[in-house]
Every structure is written in structure tokens, then in C-alpha cells.
Design a protein around this ligand. Structure first.
Ligand code: 3MF
Ligand code: MG
Length: 344
């Protein structure tokens, strides 16, 4: 069954534990060493920010960037890995303080568009056609500071620019309602799907649904996945877990609400997610309390939970489910699922 699914994570998922209130608590692990951990942990795909692949890319020429990306591709091949996607990191540079594509400063907007083109060169060098767009700072703290009508046009133009620059790539928007912004412009799956239809090539623009982000929006992750699947726009997922409306926790998949995880696996498995080459992507963070030697357990555990839940999804008595739906006995259906998850 593991063979039916391929899993991926990003190098940022093995991290040092710094948070806004305290410094790192674990040593950094060099990129090459992280790559060696992928297969051991059961993973085949690597998710990238552009500068995970090409550090300090803003100081390099386009040719140097491509050369470096191709070297990383060789490293991946050496480990039997593939790049799943590349995402432009548009939230750390001083020119993205006020947003990237929606910054009020035209020179900063141009930086974001240029950086996005270099990111596409990196994707090409790494050999992936999937781009993820987490629109981190496209939003406001103060509503009057930007025009939300104009912001949509600016995001659409930036996406059109990328679609035209490389005719083979597909873009998965990763919606998130808040953090770092108070209000983000593309907060949910519905917004991302809607914006795809404003672009020049809607079929090339879809979504990356992250469990925690959906929960932060007060919605249900499996229902959001169903919505995206209905539009054929679930290009990838960022599975994790989240305990209510707090900071983005990126907990181990299923660790907070096993039934909510079960329902995500259920809809993915039911609708053949992965059969067109999609990875089961994780975006999970080791807790700050975790010691160095065991700070990758969140990855192996998330994968193990996913695979156990595939078994539970497939062994749920479908005839019983249908019978209870027929009788409209949803209390009994509730109990059937609970018993199943409790191993009865
Ligand atoms: C933020 C995220 C990000 C994105 C990543 C890829 C750091 O909440 O989830 O992870 O997933 O940048 O776009
Ligand atoms: Mg994510």
C-alpha cells in the first residue's frame, strides 16, 4: 500500500526549533545530510523554496542560478529523489515587507515578479513542473492600507506572467487566512479556485490544501479537498494537524484529531489522489521540545498515520455505512466510525 502513495516534505520540516519567542534549540543540519534522511524516513519527493535549492539567489546571475539548480538536481538523482515543487520565498527580503505582488511600491512589485521568474528557472533546473504559491504577505494588517479589488488584479497579473514565462508549469496556490498577515487576500480554497478562473489559463492554476490553514479558516479540510477535487484542482496537499485557532502549529498528521485526518485520507483515497503522480505532501514541524536525535519522528510518524488510515478507510464497512445513510441513522453512523477508529 505504501507503494501506491509517494510522500514528500520540505527541508524546512527538519528545523532548529526557533520560534518568535526564543532562539534555535537544535543544531542545523546541512542540506546534503537532510537529503540522505529522505529515503530512510520513507520519502521520495523534496519540496523546495527557490532559495532552499539556490541559497542567496538574489546575489547570483540567472546563469549561475540555473547552474546551481542543475547541481542540486544531480544530488537528488544521486539519492533516488525527485523535486516535487518549487515555491518562491516572497516573505523574507526587505522588498517584500509590504507584500510581494501586492506591495504598494511598484519597484517592490517588480522585484517579486523578477524573483518569480528566477524561481521558474530553478524549477526547470530541478526538473519539476509544479509551482506552489503561498501568498504569505499578500494582505493587510490595516485594511485601509491597500485596495483589495486592485490586489486581486495584481495577483492575477503575476500568475499570468509566470504562466507565460514557462508554458509547461502548473501553479498550486496554497491558501492561508492569516499569519503573518492579519487578513490574507486568498484565504481559502474557494478563493484560490475562483482566482484561477481570472487567469489566462485556468486549467494550469489549482490549489495546495494545507490542513492547518483550513482549520485556521474555521473550515473542514476534507470538505475543502472535495471542493478542489470537483474542479480538478487539487494539485497537491500539505497534510499536518492544528489544535484550534492559534498560531500555525504544523503538528504531526492526525495528532490532534484522528477522525479529521481519517476523513482527509478517505476523500483522497476515494478519488484516486496520487494516481496522476501527485505526492502526499507533508508540512509538519518538530515540536520545540524535541531533542536533536529524535527531531525527524514527526515526519515518519505522519507518514505512518496516513498509511494506517488508508487501511482503516478501506476496511470501513461500506454496506453498513450506506444502510445507515438510508435509514438516516446518523448517530449510529457516528458510532460506527468511532468504533472503527478505536479498533472495534
Ligand atoms: C506557511 C506554509 C509554508 C508553505 C511553504 C511552501 C513554510 O504556513 O505552510 O511553509 O507551505 O512556504 O509554499
Ligand atoms: Mg504549507
Amino acid at each position: 500500500m505504501a507503494g501506491e502513495y509517494r510522500f514528500s516534505f520540505g527541508p524546512w520540516n527538519i528545523h532548529e526549533g526557533a520560534d518568535p519567542f526564543g532562539p534555535r534549540v537544535r543544531d542545523s543540519i546541512e542540506f546534503g545530510k537532510k537529503l540522505k534522511m529522505y529515503k530512510e524516513l520513507g520519502f521520495d519527493g523534496v519540496q523546495f523554496h527557490d532559495d532552499d535549492a539556490v541559497p542567496d539567489m538574489d546575489k547570483l546571475s540567472p546563469e549561475q542560478i540555473v547552474k546551481k539548480a542543475k547541481e542540486v538536481r544531480k544530488m537528488l538523482e544521486g539519492e533516488g529523489l525527485a523535486a516535487e515543487f518549487v515555491a518562491p520565498r516572497l516573505w523574507e527580503d526587505a522588498r517584500t515587507i509590504d507584500g510581494a505582488y501586492t506591495s504598494n511600491d511598484p519597484a517592490c512589485r517588480e522585484y517579486a515578479r523578477e524573483r518569480s521568474r528566477r524561481m521558474l528557472d530553478i524549477a526547470e533546473g530541478l526538473g519539476t513542473k509544479l509551482i506552489v504559491l503561498w501568498l504569505a504577505r499578500e494582505g493587510t494588517y490595516v485594511r485601509e492600507a491597500k485596495d483589495s479589488r486592485v490586489a486581486v488584479d495584481q495577483i492575477v497579473e503575476a500568475i499570468n506572467d509566470m504562466l507565460a514565462y514557462n508554458s509547461e508549469i502548473k501553479i498550486a496556490i496554497e491558501p492561508k487566512p492569516n499569519e503573518p498577515m492579519d487578513q490574507a487576500y486568498i484565504p481559502t480554497t474557494g478563493h484560490a479556485v475562483a482566482i484561477s478562473f481570472l487567469t489566462n489559463e485556468p486549467e494550469r492554476v489549482g490549489v495546495n490544501i494545507e490542513t492547518a490553514h483550513v482549520i485556521l479558516a474555521g473550515l473542514d479540510p476534507s470538505d475543502e479537498m472535495g471542493f478542489a477535487l470537483a474542479y480538478d484542482k487539487l494539485f497537491t496537499v500539505h497534510l499536518n494537524d492544528q489544535n484550534g485557532l492559534k498560531f500555525d502549529e504544523d503538528r504531526t498528521f492526525g495528532a490532534v484529531d484522528l477522525r479529521r485526518a481519517f476523513n482527509q485520507v478517505r476523500i483522497l483515497d476515494q478519488y484516486d489522489y496520487g494516481k496522476k503522480g501527485e505526492f502526499v505532501g507533508l508540512d509538519v514541524k518538530a515540536m520545540r521540545t524535541q531533542k536533536q536525535e529524535v527531531a525527524t519522528k514527526h515526519l515518519a510518524n505522519s507518514r505512518a498515520v496516513f498509511l494506517r488510515l488508508v487501511e482503516l478507510v478501506r476496511s470501513l464497512d461500506k454496506a453498513k455505512v450506506e444502510g445507515l445513510i438510508e435509514q438516516r441513522d446518523y448517530e449510529e453512523l457516528d458510532m460506527l466510525v468511532l468504533d472503527h477508529l478505536m479498533g472495534k
